[in-house]
Each structure stands twice: as C-alpha cells, then as structure tokens.
Design a protein around this ligand. Structure first.
Ligand code: MF3
Ligand code: CO
Ligand code: CO
Length: 249
C-alpha cells in the first residue's frame, strides 16, 4: 500500500498559497489565448508572471521537461511542449500550470476553446469539466479513492466519449507527483482510504474516440492514437475533516 502524506493546518495554509498562485496564472493567461498567439508565447508570459509573483514553475526542467507550462492542442492529451505552433480558430488547448511557492506545489489546468469551435469540441470540453466536478463531488473524508473513478466513469460512459487510463491524478504537496495515483475510471477496487489532510489532484482526460494514448518521439507529448480530440481539466484538492476544499478554484 502506498504511503499517503497527511498534512496539518499550517501546511494547508502554505499549500493554499501555492494553489492560489497556480489559479492566478491560469486566470492571467486566459485573455491571451486567442488566434495567432504561439504556445511558446503563452509559456513565456506564464513564466514571467510566476517569477514576478515569487514562485517558480514546477514543470521547467522536471525530468527534463523544457518549458514552464504544458500546452496540449486538439488531439494532444497532455504534456504538450510549448513551441512555434500558433493557435487558430477551432482549436482547443489545455493549459496546465504547476507552480512551486515556498516549497509547495499547486497544479491546475483548463481547456480553452479558440475562436469558433465545432459543436463536438464544445461538447467534449463541457464533458471534461463536468467529469472533474463529478470526481470532486465523490471525494468524502473516510471514503475511498476508488469512489472518484467510479463516479467519473458512470457519468462519461453515457456521453459516448472515452476516459484516458494511462495517466491519472496524483498526491501532491512538497512533492509534485506523490502517492496515490488517482484513477479517473472504475478499477473495481475501493483502493486507499481518503483521509483529512490529504492533498491530491483530479484531472480527467476525455477523448472523442479511443481512450488509447501514445507518446511522441519528443518523449513528452501524449496524443490519442486515433488523432481524435482530447480535453482535460484539473484541480488540486485538500481533504478537510468534513469536506473537500478546491485549492485551485
Ligand atoms: N501538470 C501535469 C500534471 O497534472 C504534469 C506535467 S509534468 C511535465 O500532473 F513535465 F510534463 F510538465
Ligand atoms: Co497534476
Ligand atoms: Co497539471
């Protein structure tokens, strides 16, 4: 069984600040997410914002990741590397921000619609956001991590879209990716118990077509094998004595 860290109220106060910075970066970048901007420009803006607010990017140099944010466009599921690609009308782009502030990690992402998108893209993005909130509602102190994936799968299976299984949410805090892995599908196990003081993310990735993924030759970019669209939303959560707090809201 994995060791899942339980944090105290002082640690929660520090974690809140890191998560609020991550949320602020996402709010800040939103107005720049328009046709014609490159993903590298979005990265540079976020980098500067994070530094100017006393934080650092958790993704820059993380296991060799070269940039400060992840930008995952259209059929890219996650871990897209910012570069020269310029957004065009009809694209969807997930921007995933992870910052470190005073040693604590805040991790959040959102999928944006660029210009005029297809009904299918709009539906997918709405479904991914709902899937995240349905997962959050399934979090109960003294419940189980398996409740989260079960709730998300019950919802998504009625939409015709699929849930990525190769990547999950994760414990977070002083460490970026800690135990447990938070599955977004039903694995038919209750898994570990959810306890007050635990910090973790929920970040469902939802595809139009196949749930299967592959990693491109750059070693990072995760794409759908059938090139179908993929959308994702993520929040960092803290379990409290009687409820759950969305730290990146
Ligand atoms: N922020 C991603 C997550 O939600 C992880 C990105 S790691 C990177 O867990 F190296 F790809 F940036
Ligand atoms: Co995460
Ligand atoms: Co993230």
């Amino acid at each position: 069984m994995p060791e899942i860290v339980v944090h105290n109220t002082e640690e929660l106060a520090d974690m809140r600040k890191a998560c609020q910075l991550a949320r602020d970066v996402l709010l800040y970048i939103e107005e720049y997410v328009t046709e014609g901007i490159s993903t590298a420009e979005l990265d540079a803006l976020c980098y500067t914002y994070i530094i100017e607010h006393g934080g650092e990017s958790a993704t820059l140099n993380y296991n060799g990741f070269p940039k400060s944010i992840c930008t995952s466009v259209n059929h890219v599921i996650c871990h897209g590397i910012p570069g020269p690609y310029k957004l065009k009308s009809g694209d969807i782009i997930n921007i995933d921000i992870t910052v470190i502030l005073d040693g604590w990690h805040g991790d959040t992402s959102k999928t944006f619609l660029v210009g005029k998108c297809s009904k299918l893209a709009e539906e997918l993005v709405k479904t991914a956001e709902r899937a995240l909130f349905i997962g959050i509602e399934a979090v109960k102190p003294f419940g189980y991590f398996g409740d989260i994936g079960l709730a998300i799968q019950r919802f998504v299976s009625n939409t015709g879209f699929s849930i990525v299984q190769d990547y999950g949410g994760h414990g977070i805090g002083k460490i970026f990716h800690a135990d447990p892995t938070v599955l977004h599908y039903n694995c038919r196990e209750k898994r570990e118990q959810i306890l007050p003081g635990m910090f973790f993310t929920i970040e469902p990735m939802i595809n139009v077509g196949s749930h299967k993924s592959k990693v491109l030759n750059d070693g990072w970019t995760v794409v759908t094998i059938d090139k179908s669209l993929s959308a994702q939303f993520e929040h960092t959560l803290a379990v409290t004595d009687h409820s759950v707090e969305i730290l990146t809201l």
